[in-house]
Design a protein around this ligand. Structure first.
Ligand SMILES: Cc1cc2nc3c(=O)[nH]c(=O)nc-3n(C[C@H](O)[C@H](O)[C@H](O)COP(=O)(O)O)c2cc1C
Length: 354
């Protein structure tokens, strides 16, 4: 199933080396002004070929809108956006299964029927339509005072420094071409891996500012469930944590609890170890999410595999143009995923009026 969401429904389609990738976004409120320059800006943040730290596949990632927008506003009907593939090199791929990629599991599930050129529907290219949908959600949210920003906090063995939980600081860092405080050390880590014919993983942290308290549904519909389900749909994301996440396991209750105070008659947390969610419901404090992005599986180093064409053992050195580190291009994708979840939950809670 390629469909997601309760009030906001997404349906994603396409393959990496097919004609196009795209998405249908149903449930957007009518009359929302959409600035296509802002959409293009978001697409550019994720697009390949932008620097030596990303794949050299060159795609403009211009979105062609087929429906749902009229005279610069949402109509309230499904928005369908298509991104045509223009720079494909399918000859780089053969029947040898790439370790760490979805070639093997696609074979198990689709029995050789899937168009797996360039990773097919499993390619990171499918996150371009997600970023398009997220850019629409971000514009609807911004009008309601909700903003989502992401940044890189780790590449391989190098950790970036922390920043205050202030929307102005986050906006500045996430808007950088390499969204980190001390990007040079992180960039060197990527180049070290690339030069060695290898790849490297990383951590992306994102914060949603301005979310109203009370979002999220009981039990299976918890805010953590919704956000992590969406984030785990993104290829290469292998870990998700909220607030202090796994670090909470090493703390005492007295250290992990967020004390409460009254400010102008409103209840506020003194700290935010729980990342803006308690009992699956948002508190109104910033929602803090961290994701682990695995190292790119397609590497030119020799590895053992199986040739699915001959069913013989084989050695593989993956060809083609690949990201030496996915985390960099994942930042706008993570932001889009969180924005879409936030908007869906706000529509469910009727916090976005039509
Ligand atoms: C923005 C983005 C770019 C990606 N680029 C590549 C790439 O160049 N080469 C590659 O092998 N995998 C790339 N991936 C990851 C694969 O799509 C992913 O590892 C694969 O589908 C297997 O899924 P899994 O890692 O979630 O298990 C990318 C993922 C994202 C989100």
């Amino acid at each position: 199933m390629n469909t997601w969401g309760q009030e906001l429904r997404l349906s994603i389609f396409g393959e990496s080396h097919g004609r196009a990738v795209g998405i249908t976004v149903d449930g957007l409120p009518p009359g929302e002004e959409i600035d296509m320059e802002k959409v293009a800006g978001e697409m550019l943040r994720r697009a390949p070929g932008g620097s030596r730290y990303t794949t050299q596949r060159k795609e403009a990632d211009t979105v062609e809108i087929l429906s749902g927008l009229y005279e610069g506003k949402t109509t309230g009907f499904p928005v369908c956006g298509v991104i045509f593939n223009t720079d494909t090199r399918s000859g780089d791929y053969d029947t040898k299964l790439r370790p760490g990629h979805a070639d093997w599991t696609a074979l198990l599930k689709y029995g050789g029927n899937a168009d797996m050129r360039g990773g097919g529907h499993f390619s990171g290219r499918l996150t371009a339509p997600l970023v398009f949908a997220g850019s629409l959600a971000k514009q609807v949210l911004a009008r309601r005072g909700v903003f989502v920003f992401g940044r890189i906090t780790r590449i391989g063995q190098v950790e970036d420094k922390g920043i205050p939980c202030d929307p102005k600081v986050w906006q500045m860092i996430s808007g950088k071409p390499f969204p980190a405080v001390h990007e040079t050390a992180l960039q060197e880590e990527i180049m070290k891996a690339k030069t060695a014919g290898d790849s490297v993983g990383g951590i992306v942290e994102a914060v949603a500012f301005g979310l109203p308290g009370g979002l999220g549904e009981p039990f299976f519909g918890s805010m953590e469930s919704a956000v992590s389900a969406m984030l785990f749909s993104v290829p290469a994301i292998k870990g998700v944590e909220f607030g202090d996440g796994f670090r909470l396991a090493a703390l005492n209750g007295s250290q992990a609890n967020d004390g409460l105070v009254l400010e102008d008659g409103e209840i506020r947390p003194l700290t935010n170890h729980n990342g803006g969610i308690l009992g699956g419901i948002t508190t109104g404090a910033p929602l803090i999410v961290r994701v682990a992005v695995k190292p790119t599986s397609s590497i030119p180093r020799e590895q053992r595999t199986v040739d699915a064409g001959t069913m013989q053992p084989a050695l593989i050195k993956v060809r083609g143009r690949h990201d030496p580190c996915i985390a960099l291009r994942a930042v706008p994708v993570v932001e889009a995923a969180i924005a879409l979840c936030a908007l869906d939950r706000m529509l469910v809670a009727r916090s976005v009026s039509i």
